[in-house]
Design a protein around this ligand. Structure first.
Ligand code: NAP
Length: 535
């Protein structure tokens, strides 16, 4: 229905990545009038934007995918163990076609403000194209890694060459052949693109502020026998992932590293290194909890770096010593360390030789200018809260979300906030989110929200809102879960520590996906305890 120029929806969804896409499908399927908005001109979210060379997922394709449709999961064929960005985007597009999602998605449109109207209990939403929409419910499927971080380096706009960011890489081919390329940043994005850029560039200069732990990916073509077996029992495998710690089917060894013998440890770490990927951190059960156990796992990788990198000084610079392994998201690479054995690659330690300015011709660090044709920022994101705070979100009494979260994100179960009725967040802060398999987490959230909206309608209720006390308790639970681990010891984006001036608060819930799902289900089964429901 149109009221003047004001259109009425049941549910407005922000974002058409995998979370928003599933929200469109699921909520529309229960008879709600829904619409999603996205700044991109097609579906895919993070997989739409992150097109840099080497971009790929670090979770296995047979797990990093939707489970809501048996036909979809049976029909779709993955080509490799870890899906590359083009394949993830093709999958997103296939899902959009298959379930006819685009008819309820508005592309190339950014949401600018989201304001709760206490008069009629609805959200008033505006876009950068001047549209105004009214909705009973808002679902924020905004992604955790969607607002790029561009460092504020002196002279940045003087550079005469081309500037790129891994998170906004152009869709058309970028010709790096024969170019002098600089990459700032050695997180997962840098670690994936550096080996490929080195293969084509005339010269690559890597500006590293912190060395990161990376394990080999071994991204082999997917074994058809494995895919067949998995598909034959997909339901069981998906259920196991939902009950697991991280939403993945890792072979978690229940033995503690500190009780194992030196030989057992060595055997296990080598076997895990040989498996590739996140299996490494599942080698023992205490690695993310006990600093001494963690050191053993870290030392094994540090030894690997020394074995791979021929120049001992370069190897030392690449060796992480400032955080426990796994407390920043461990990177999964193809030939990352070996790339530094190439003659056309230079590593600059910007802790020792800080970047003092960007000049017209390159980057000045340690008193010398590194001449460049192309400068690539692989400098990450305003993670977890960035997209939510980029919109002007105002709840009851005009309270800004930015004020509610001034000291770090506060949520109840990661799903809702007190003072922001009928507004849900999908897989954001306060939930397993980035510590888990995103598909497991986003499907659980969207299903929970769908069930909740059906419950409200069935009971002739109009409003659901988190109680302040429940929110306080949940924030304490999120902090307590993090404090039981080594995660808070790293200056990671999990804590907002990558952005100067942000409050240092551990944002995701690390108490485990299985435990979290049970808690959300119990809250719903008990009539939404911790939320106030009203007619
Ligand atoms: P990131 O992990 O935040 O890494 C950013 C890098 O830029 C860090 O090395 C950081 O150094 C450096 N940096 C930032 N500001 C700088 C400055 N002013 N000067 C010098 N260096 C600076 O970001 P990301 O690599 O894009 O990855 C973010 C997350 O996205 C990953 O952890 C992962 O969850 C996800 N991701 C996943 C994949 C995958 O599936 N394989 C691939 C890419 C991204 P410090 O460490 O010192 O801050």
């Amino acid at each position: 229905m149109l009221t003047g120029d004001l259109e009425d929806l049941d549910v407005l969804i922000v974002g058409a990545g995998f979370a928003g896409m599933y929200a469109v499908h699921r909520l529309r399927g229960q008879g709600l009038r829904v619409r999603a908005y996205d700044a991109a001109d097609d579906v895919g979210g993070t997989w739409y934007w992150n097109r840099y060379p080497g971009a790929r997922c670090d979770i296995e394709s047979l797990e990093y995918s939707y489970s809501f449709s048996e036909e979809l999961q049976q029909d779709w064929e993955w080509s490799r163990r870890f899906p590359e960005q083009p394949e993830m985007l093709a999958y997103a597009r296939h899902v959009a076609d298959r379930f006819d999602l685009r008819r309820d998605i508005v592309f190339a449109t950014r949401i600018t403000s989201v304001t709760f109207d206490e008069g009629d209990g609805r959200w008033l939403v505006t876009t950068d194209r001047g549209q105004r929409v009214r909705a009973r419910f808002c679902v924020m499927a905004t992604g955790c890694l969607s607002v790029p971080n561009v460092p504020d380096l002196p002279g940045a706009d003087r550079f005469a060459g081309r500037v790129l960011h891994t998170a906004t890489w152009p869709a058309e081919d970028v010709d790096l052949a024969g170019q002098r390329v600089g990459v700032v940043g050695t997180g997962a994005s840098g670690i994936q693109c550096i080996p490929l850029i080195a293969q084509v560039a005339d010269h690559l200069t890597v500006f590293q502020r912190s060395a990161n732990f990376s394990v080999q990916g071994l991204n082999v073509p997917l074994d058809p026998e494995l895919a067949r077996e998995r598909k034959a029992h997909y339901g069981e495998y998906r259920e196991r992932a939902r009950r697991s710690f991280g939403g993945m089917l890792l072979r978690q060894n229940r033995v503690h590293a500190l009780t194992a013998s030196a030989e057992e440890r060595d055997r296990e770490f080598s076997a895990r290194w040989g498996l590739g990927g996140f299996e490494y951190m599942a080698a023992f059960d205490d690695l993310i909890f006990d600093p001494a156990a963690n050191d053993l796992a870290a030392d094994y990788v540090r030894d690997k770096i020394r074995q791979i990198v021929r120049d001992p000084e370069v190897a030392a610079t690449l060796t992480p010593t400032d955080h426990p392994i796994g407390t920043k998201r461990i990177c999964v690479d193809t030939d990352y360390y070996d790339t530094f054995n190439r003659d056309n690659v230079t590593l600059v330690d910007v802790r020792r030789d800080p970047i003092t300015e960007i000049t017209e011709t390159g980057v000045r660090a340690g008193g010398r200018v590194h001449e460049l044709d192309i400068l690539v920022y692989a400098t990450g994101f305003h993670a977890m809260t960035g997209a939510l705070l980029a919109m002007d979100v105002r709840g009851r009494g005009g309270r800004r979300l930015a004020d509610h979260w001034a000291h770090g994100p506060r949520t109840y179960l990661g799903l809702g906030m007190s003072g922001f009725p009928n507004l849900f967040v999908v897989a954001g802060p306060g939930s397993p989110s980035v510590i888990s398999n995103a598909f497991v987490s986003l499907e659980q959230h969207v299903d929970w929200i769908g069930d909740c909206l059906a419950y409200l309608d069935a009971h002739r209720l109009t409003t659901i809102e988190a109680d302040p006390a429940a929110e306080d308790d949940w924030v304490a639970d999120v902090n307590a879960a993090a404090a039981r681990t080594l995660y808070p010891q790293a200056n990671s984006w999990y804590l907002g520590a990558n952005i100067p001036g942000r409050p240092r608060v551990f944002m995701p819930y690390v108490g485990g996906v299985g435990r979290y799902h049970k808690r959300c289900a119990a809250v719903a089964a008990d009539g939404y305890t911790g939320f106030t429901l009203s007619a």
